[in-house]
Design a protein around this ligand. Structure first.
Ligand SMILES: Nc1ncnc2c1ncn2[C@@H]1O[C@H](COP(=O)(O)OP(=O)(O)OP(=O)(O)O)[C@@H](O)[C@H]1O
Ligand SMILES: [Mg+2]
Length: 248
């Protein structure tokens, strides 16, 4: 039996396209007729906003595996292949240990009902982010190739790799995703080369170009593929998904 592969999108820095990546990657995976569960572990609840135009009247359900999980308010079925676990924004209850998310993703129904689980995380290294990283088979770190962002990313990737060696994390893959890339900028090209030299090409996913259409799509509450299928943003996330599904 093939079990659900769990991918956590994480970066300790805010505004690095984590949610944009979760929304558009999950939508692309679902377009390949693979069943995706998106778990929004950031109680800003922005994943829901990114899909709102697709699931306006969707009622929240509460399957057995979501009951007793006070972090989440319910499950929204965006389409046959794409479901979202939405966080409880109003009544946020801080999880006091790291096991609650493990119980959810390892639940037999989740493992059987989905091919992929994709988790969005908050930009702070608290229990929620640590808990999410601890259940990951794959950790994807989206980051803009700028010097300031780069030092944080190198530290985060190194810390994760050390934690894997010490068996504190079970992730088999830690992958860097360059985002908001402008290849015209020498600085971006230099940092990308630096990442390749440091981590090797196989740890670096195909980059996402800077493309304002991604922000516009989010503002119109839908994945970029529906909002502007001919945009660079749509093409880049499609390419990312095709590579991602070979790796993961
Ligand atoms: N490739 C891109 N080109 C241009 N703008 C982008 C790109 N990717 C994301 N953005 C925009 O950058 C901003 C931050 O993106 P996003 O909300 O996905 O980041 P985040 O890491 O989830 O932020 P937070 O840490 O607050 O959760 C948003 O306005 C988004 O529309
Ligand atoms: Mg976010």
């Amino acid at each position: 039996m093939i079990l659900a592969r769990v991918t956590v999108v994480a970066n300790r820095k805010g505004g690095t396209a984590k949610t944009t990546t979760v929304v558009n990657l999950a939508h692309e995976i679902a377009r390949c007729n693979k069943r995706v569960l998106v778990i929004d572990c950031d109680n800003q609840g922005q994943v829901e906003e990114g899909f709102k135009a697709m699931c306006k009247d969707a009622e929240l359900t509460s399957p057995g595996w979501l009951q007793n999980q006070s972090f989440f308010k319910g499950l929204a079925k965006v389409s046959e292949y794409l479901h979202i676990c939405q966080p409880n924004q109003e009544k946020f209850i801080a999880p006091d240990d790291l096991t609650w998310l493990g119980a959810l993703v390892n639940h037999a129904s989740v493992q059987q009902d989905y091919d992929y689980v994709v988790i969005d995380t908050p930009p702070t290294l608290g229990t929620v982010l640590l808990g999410a990283m601890s259940v990951a088979d794959t950790i994807v770190v989206p980051a803009e190739p700028t010097p300031l962002a780069s030092s944080g990313v190198i530290k985060l990737v190194n810390t994760c790799m050390q934690a894997v060696r010490k068996r504190q994390l079970k992730a088999q893959q830690i992958l860097l995703l360059p985002v908001m890339v402008d290849k015209q900028l020498k600085l971006h090209r230099q940092i990308l080369q630096h990442w390749e030299a440091r981590f090797g090409q196989r740890r670096i996913l195909p980059f996402i170009r800077r493309n304002i259409t991604l922000a516009e799509a989010f503002a119109s509450q839908q994945p970029v593929q529906l909002y502007a299928p001919d945009s660079n943003g749509a093409r880049d996330y499609q390419q990312l998904c095709s590579d991602f599904m070979q790796y993961v």
